[in-house]
Design a protein around this ligand. Structure first.
Ligand code: PHE
Length: 455
């Protein structure tokens, strides 16, 4: 059965535009900020191995499924799920998957925008040349000063949300597409340059064993859940971002091929970021796990302060990281915005203002939890930590699980076969992935976290 829906929001101008936009969504703070810091919190190599397994066995089939469902439904996730459920004669409650996604997107954006704000602040610090004059201790201090200043962070948070609203309000072609076209390749190059610098530092071999020689005694159920959550986060899965981007995709593009490219680039950038950051950690005798969410902001300025042309390279790096965060944040806001346009008939500009404002208000909670409210804890976590845990480790895996179940079990063979256009064997592998491997992986990991049978 062919799909003849048309998206009211427009369409990507080419296959390449989609790959860039989807890569723009996937590659972001998750790769450069979150991957190193999660690796450090979870003991290094063993986390990396579990993360890679999760990307290949769980993330990739779900990435194809989510994009494919989006292209078939051609609307925001809530309405796409409604349309697909009707088409496949399933219950209306599948819409809730879209609702869960919109909620997860807002929650993620609350802390994402704060970290993107740090990046903006560091763009200015790097041009001032202050890194070259700072000792290791002063670099750490500099981060602490920023985080303890709610007003300054509020200003950066506001600027970042405004930037995101600006692009989302311009729409698919003139907004989203233009933003990613040139920036992604340069970012990739720069992370390569940084990794090249780290290669020559004395801490390089210690960092390589830390990252790639897994010590499996370090693994417990918290590590495995974090690796799974991060796999979803970094591929932008489980909250409808890829579903929305898929809904703007032309019928002629091969979803499996595009998905593999996206996953490979995303994983490559994360690993390179790890290769760039950990040698510096070890060279200066720092403890990876002490960095916390501030890890890269405490570590990289040391390297920029020491290396030749560090001022220019540091500036470029933070500018590009800011762009990477921007192209991801756009995809966090897009599903809710598209839904408002469809449901309420709002103009894009108005819809983007509403969603942006919601994210801005919620983000203030994350911001204050780093300073004024740092003692207010629920389940031992601050607001920032709780929102991050809930959205990444719970909502995304559950959302992804539902996507896999819907695509694998509830969509008719003809619809998924029709969309994916794989050969017989490829289709079989995908089907086994979405029917069994991905759901079993998510369910097992969630269950073992709840009942703690892994120890
Ligand atoms: N994938 C993005 C990153 O790695 C974050 C993101 C998550 C974006 C979920 C959209 C949806 O930074």
């Amino acid at each position: 059965m062919a799909n003849n829906r048309i998206s009211v929001h427009g369409q990507w101008s080419s296959r390449w535009a989609f790959i860039l936009a989807a890569t723009g969504s996937a590659v972001g703070l998750g790769n450069i900020w979150r991957f190193p810091y999660e690796t450090a919190e979870n003991g290094g190599g063993a986390f990396v191995v579990v993360y890679l397994v999760c990307i290949a066995l769980v993330g990739l089939p779900i990435l194809m499924a989510e994009t494919m469902m989006g292209r078939r439904g051609r609307q925001s996730p809530i309405n796409t799920m409604k349309a697909l459920a009707e088409e496949e004669r399933r219950g209306r409650y599948w819409q809730l998957l879209g609702v869960l996604g919109v909620a997860a997107g807002f929650l993620i954006l609350t802390f994402y925008s704060i970290v993107a704000g740090w990046t903006l602040a560091y763009v200015f610090r790097s041009i001032s040349g202050v890194f070259a004059r700072s000792s290791v201790a002063q670099t750490q201090e500099m981060f602490a000063t920023l985080v303890s200043d709610p007003e300054r962070m509020l200003a950066w948070h506001t600027i970042f949300i405004a930037m995101t609203v600006l692009v989302v309000s311009r729409g698919v072609k003139s907004g989203l597409e233009q933003a990613v076209r040139y920036l992604m390749p340069v970012l990739f190059l720069l992370v390569l340059v940084l990794a090249g610098y780290s290669l020559a530092t004395p801490g390089f071999s210690a960092a390589m064993s830390y990252l790639f020689k897994p010590d499996f005694s370090q693994i417990d159920n918290a590590t495995v859940l974090s690796a799974l959550g991060h796999a979803f986060f970094t591929l932008s899965l489980g909250m409808g971002a890829m579903m929305t981007y898929g809904s703007y995709l032309s019928q002629h593009t091969s979803i499996p091929k595009a998905s593999v490219s996206i996953a490979v680039i995303d994983t490559g950038v994360a690993l390179l970021a790890g290769i760039a950051i950990f040698p510096i950690v070890f060279t200066y005798g720092l403890q990876p796990e002490e960095g916390g969410p501030g890890l890269i902001f405490k570590i990289l300025p040391i390297a920029f302060g020491q290396m030749p042309y560090g001022r220019g390279i540091g500036f470029l790096f933070f500018v590009l990281l800011m762009f990477a965060a921007w192209t991801s944040a756009i995809s966090l806001l897009e599903p809710a915005t598209a839904w408002l346009v469809e449901r309420k008939g709002f103009t894009r500009v108005r819809a983007a203002m509403y969603t942006g404002l919601t994210a801005w208000v919620l983000g203030i909670g994350s911001l204050l939890s780093l300073n004024l409210w740092s003692n207010a804890k629920l389940f031992g976590m601050t607001f920032f930590e709780l929102v991050e845990y809930l959205s990444v480790n719970v909502m995304l895996p559950v959302g992804g699980l539902l996507v896999a179940v819907f695509a694998g079990w509830f969509m008719s063979r003809s619809s998924s076969y029709d969309e994916l256009k794989l050969n017989k064997y490829g289709y079989m592998v995908w089907k086994v992935g979405t029917r069994f491997v991905a759901p079993a992986g998510v369910i097992l990991i969630l269950l073992q976290k709840i009942f703690g049978f892994l120890g």
